[in-house]
Write a protein that binds this ligand. Structure first.
Ligand code: NAD
Ligand code: ZN
Length: 337
């Protein structure tokens, strides 16, 4: 098991990565010294946790439609009826839906009680459970209500991934692929090193930009590498793509765009394709994509205060670039058709 420090100023914590990492949970809980432990998960999840401390399980519904204020309200009410107090601990066990929802409930309950995140999807391990962003959806849009709330520890037990459906694994790989390009650090060959390296990269980025300062073009913004096209493909709606699968396509697109703007070499674009191949990810637009629609959607991206805005690779690394010429965007979309 690899321990990675997430050095958030004033709220540092450790992430434990490896097969059997869940064995670290008991020590983490004993150090936090709660009277009781509220375990949040959903019915039917094959991975569970145990503790010798007094505990109770609080299930929420499965899937994105459960990531709501209503679920947060219900969790907080059930915790209150059980007598959960500020000195107690929440343990969230599940994918990003569970860790985001339980995280926001923990941030709000008694104005904040400690939470230990136990992500059980690859995407949760390398992204959702790390960084302290928590929140839920509104009918008006995804992740519109939330809070920054750092966990006390994150436990990534790779044994949990054995039951993960192939498409969810692919989705996690898409997000993992992104980390190959953010700092130039090598991720290693086995999954344990790759997940630990990804967490380390995200940890260092967020430690420098804890609350996402919009003027910081090399802070949390770089974690959105590959995401502008990915979001357009996801909101464009008609495609059967998991989030990380869309990010994978977005990564090659961003590489082609950076090449078209003469920021990176042909070789560097090939590096992007090679990493996607390593994870068996698709690197082309889905059949039937409409470039004009994608461009219109990308103009409406929340980062796009100044024309078309992308996170792009370049001679000094990955950064946010504003006012990208539409002609280059068109060329890059053409190159990945
Ligand atoms: N807070 C952040 O910084 C952040 C970052 C990225 C994504 N997210 C959020 O994360 C969510 C997506 O997370 P996700 O991809 O983990 O989706 P998810 O939580 O919906 O999980 C995907 C599916 O896998 C199942 N599952 C989970 N673990 C399993 C296991 N070990 N074995 C078998 N099945 C398992 C779940 O029940 C679900 O059906 C989105 O809501 C997104 O907004 C948040
Ligand atoms: Zn993502």
């Amino acid at each position: 098991v690899i321990t990675v420090e997430v050095p958030v100023p004033g709220a540092s914590y450790d992430a434990y990565v490896g097969e059997g990492a869940v064995e670290a949970l008991e020590k983490v809980l004993v150090d936090l010294a709660p009277q009781r432990v509220a375990i949040v998960s959903h019915r039917g999840l094959p991975f569970t946790v145990r503790t010798a401390l007094p505990s109770k399980r609080f299930d929420i519904g499965q899937g994105e439609t459960s990531k709501t204020l209503r679920t947060v309200g219900s969790l907080c009410s059930r915790w209150a009826r059980w007598g959960l107090s500020r000195g107690d601990v929440v343990v969230a066990v599940g994918g990003g839906v569970v860790t985001d929802t339980a995280g926001f409930a923990a941030a709000s309950y008694h104005r904040g009680i400690p939470i230990v995140q136990v992500p059980t999807t690859l995407l949760g391990m390398v992204d959702a459970a790390i960084g302290g962003k928590t929140g839920v959806n509104l009918p008006e849009g995804k992740n519109l209500v939330g809070a920054f709330w750092q966990p006390s520890a994150v436990i990534c037990d790779l044994d949990a991934l054995r039951t993960l459906p192939d498409r969810e694994v692919a989705s996690g790989y898409g997000e993992l692929a992104k980390y190959h390009f953010l700092t130039g650090a090598e991720l290693g060959l086995d999954l344990e090193s790759q997940v630990a390296a990804a967490i380390k990269i995200k940890a260092d980025v967020i430690a420098d930009d804890v609350r996402e300062d919009p003027s910081n073009t090399r802070g949390r913004a770089i974690l959105n590498y590959g995401h502008t096209l990915a979001h357009a493909l996801e909101t464009g709606g008609r495609f059967d793509l998991r989030h990380g699968e869309a990010v994978a396509i977005g990564l090659v697109f961003a590489a082609e765009l950076a090449r078209s703007m003469e920021r990176i070499s042909d070789q560097r674009v090939q590096d992007h394709r090679r990493v996607l191949q390593q994870y068996s990810l698709h690197d082309r637009l889905p059949a039937g994509s409409d470039p004009q629609l994608l461009i219109d959607l990308m103009r409406r991206d929340k980062k796009a205060l100044h024309g078309l805005t992308f996170v792009l690779d370049g001679p000094t690394g990955v950064e946010m670039v504003r006012d990208v010429p539409e002609i280059d965007v068109r060329k890059a979309l053409e190159a990945i058709r």
